[in-house]
Design a protein around this ligand. Structure first.
Ligand code: PLP
Length: 375
């Protein structure tokens, strides 16, 4: 049987073994409802408390500032809509044209309700510049929401600078950090972030679990009303096993951040070198500040969709644009926003390497690509 080469880590990651073992305990043995007062449930409640503290420590937040959600999509929806719904003045929201659809569609949703939204253009490298934000922001801006790192091209945004501009105008700053958390260092206090979205399955945690960091003092409407869980802001019986698994996966990744990025950058460099060595003509998108292992590669005149399927036949998983877009054959909004022509955008694939990818796998990927491109 062909060996699977998984190079689509921006779509999802493999569940960490220790996270899985810890989850098993809370699924099969300690299955009590955390809200009940008896001792069987106290253990569960305590597990949530420990997980909340561990996650908070990973991004230098306070435990009370971490709110558990069902993942990145929910966290993003909550940040955008929850911030707007309490705003009787209908102040402006600013975001960028290259955000994930969880942000873009939430923004379109509040626009339909009469909340104005401004979409910032990005540079050819996919960067949101301070200049662009300065031009759009005013004293009637309520929220600036700019992603930490892009999920298609990997560009890391100048979050600290953008945050400072938002604060200078009395606005709050949210970042969709789904691709960044657990992969690059994030210190919410140092950067000045007011709200941050994260998703467990992007850092070797379980799918369907995530969190929204909300700095103390930030006013936001509840996401779900009900039984008062998550300080009455996001009610619903806690997904204990996933919360515990998420905390373990995040801590493991954060504890070995330097080691992991050194390993991933090593295989990434090898991939680029082997592409050059095999004479394949390509351009890499995303500029110079890119997430480790994220490669958006354009092969002019090629068909990205066909490349994906040819590599799939060799047991290799990669992506065209973003994974969430795979059913959508239109050119990705991100590739369009960075100014790629239709023919270059259509010949673009995303390879997202993770900590388990090996040098040997890189050689397989490059030779499969070379064959698929007919070079
Ligand atoms: N935001 C970004 C930047 C993403 O890459 C994704 C998923 O690909 C999401 C949000 C949605 O996260 P989830 O899959 O946890 O809903």
């Amino acid at each position: 049987m062909k060996q699977l080469i998984y190079a689509d880590n921006a779509a999802t990651t493999k569940l960490d073994d220790d996270a899985f073992e810890a989850m098993r305990q809370y699924l099969l043995d300690d299955y009590g409802n955390a809200s009940q007062p008896y001792s069987f449930s106290r253990k569960v409640k305590n597990a949530i408390k420990i997980a909340r503290k561990s996650i908070a420590d990973c991004i230098n937040a306070e435990p009370e500032e971490i709110y558990f959600t069902s993942g990145g999509t929910e966290s993003d929806n909550w940040a955008i809509k929850g911030s707007a719904f309490g705003d009787v003045d209908h102040k402006q929201t600013i975001t960028s044209t290259i955000e994930h659809h969880a942000i873009l569609h939430s923004c379109q949703s509040i626009e339909r309700m009469g909340y104005p939204v401004t979409y910032l253009r990005v540079t050819h490298d996919g960067e949101v510049t301070s200049h662009e934000l300065e031009r759009a922001i005013g004293d009637d801006t309520r929220l600036v929401s700019i992603m930490f790192a892009n999920n298609e091209i990997g560009t890391i945004q100048p979050v600290h600078e953008l945050c400072t501009i938002a604060h200078n105008h009395g606005a709050i700053f949210h970042t969709d950090a789904v691709q960044a958390v657990g992969h690059i260092p994030i210190n919410v206090k140092e950067l000045g972030i007011d709200m941050l979205s994260a998703s467990a399955h992007k850092f070797n945690g379980p799918k369907g679990s995530g969190f929204l960091y909300i700095r103390k003092g930030i006013a936001i409407s509840p996401y779900a009303d009900g039984g008062h869980q998550e300080s009455s802001l996001r009610s619903g019986t806690e997904n204990v096993a996933s919360i515990v698994g998420m905390a373990i996966a995040l801590k493991k990744n954060c504890d070995s951040l330097n080691h992991n990025s050194a390993q991933i950058n090593g295989v990434e460099r090898l991939l680029i070198k082997e592409l050059y060595d095999s004479g394949i003509a390509f351009r890499r998108n995303g500029g110079t500040r890119i997430l480790p292992g994220m490669l958006s590669l354009s092969f002019e005149g090629a068909d990205g969709e066909a490349l994906l399927h040819r590599l799939d036949l060799q047991g290799i998983c990669i992506s065209t644009g973003a994974a969430c877009n795979s059913a959508d054959t239109r050119v990705s909004h991100v590739l369009e926003a960075i100014g790629l022509t239709n023919s270059v955008a259509k010949g673009t694939i995303r390879i997202s390497l993770g900590k388990s990818n090996t040098q040997e796998q890189i050689s397989h990927i490059v030779s499969a690509l070379s064959k698929a491109l007919g070079t």
